[in-house]
Design a protein around this ligand. Structure first.
Ligand SMILES: O=C(O)CCC(=O)C(=O)O
Ligand SMILES: [Mn+2]
Length: 199
């Protein structure tokens, strides 16, 4: 299941850790998992609460984990992971060097689906969470910007089968987003593995 390994430098100049494992899965495994998850997961169109107003999320999501997870007015109840996600979780755990107990799957159906600027800084993730993000499907443009230094920005393309790891104080100092694009683009899936600390 695991692709070739290469040395992985920290991509951030300061205030956090960002590691990109280009080939966490082989291309064949990444393609098979992408198709399996599109058909198998319980994809939902969620309504978020942003600044007190209901907003339809511009993507589909599916949540699985041992504990409830709350963000943007949503509460995901505990739900066991299907076997396909457990295999992907094991890959993410090996690369991140820590155990995860939840995954948020995001399905971006076309270039108009997206996720806006945010940080994964919910209290239930702890002060410096390690988050592993596995990419599947079409290459995914992923951007970061520093909260206080406007000149500090990163623009990455995450290929299918890659695993991006955010760690250290990154969530305190940086925001991340998956922008919309007007270019024709196929479906993209992101699996974001987290460790929820039960309250
Ligand atoms: O699709 C992505 O890489 C963004 C996912 C993300 O930031 C999240 O689920 O919190
Ligand atoms: Mn995030």
């Amino acid at each position: 299941m695991t692709g070739a390994e290469t040395a992985c430098p920290n991509l951030l100049p300061q205030d956090g850790v960002l590691l990109l494992h280009q080939a966490a899965l082989t291309p064949a495994d990444a393609t098979a998992l992408c198709h399996e998850l599109q058909g198998q997961l319980d994809w939902r169109q969620e309504t978020l609460t942003i600044m007190g107003r209901p907003v339809s999320a511009p993507r589909l999501t599916a949540w699985y984990g041992d504990h409830a997870y709350r963000y943007s007015g949503l509460c995901h109840a505990p739900r066991p992971m299907p076997a396909s996600l457990c295999v992907a979780k094991a890959v993410a755990e090996r690369l991140a060097g820590q155990a995860f107990n939840s995954v948020l799957a995001n399905l971006y159906r076309d270039g108009q689906d997206s996720m806006g600027w945010h940080a994964d800084n919910e209290r239930s993730l702890g002060p410096e969470p390690v988050i592993a993000s596995l990419s599947l499907g079409a290459p995914r443009r992923f951007q970061l910007k520093h909260r206080r230094e406007p000149s500090l920005r990163l623009d990455l393309v995450l290929p299918a089968g890659s695993c991006l790891i955010m760690a250290g104080p990154i969530q305190h100092h940086w925001l991340h987003q998956l922008p919309k694009t007007s270019r024709p683009i196929g479906a993209r899936i992101n699996l974001t593995f987290r460790r929820i600390i039960p309250s």
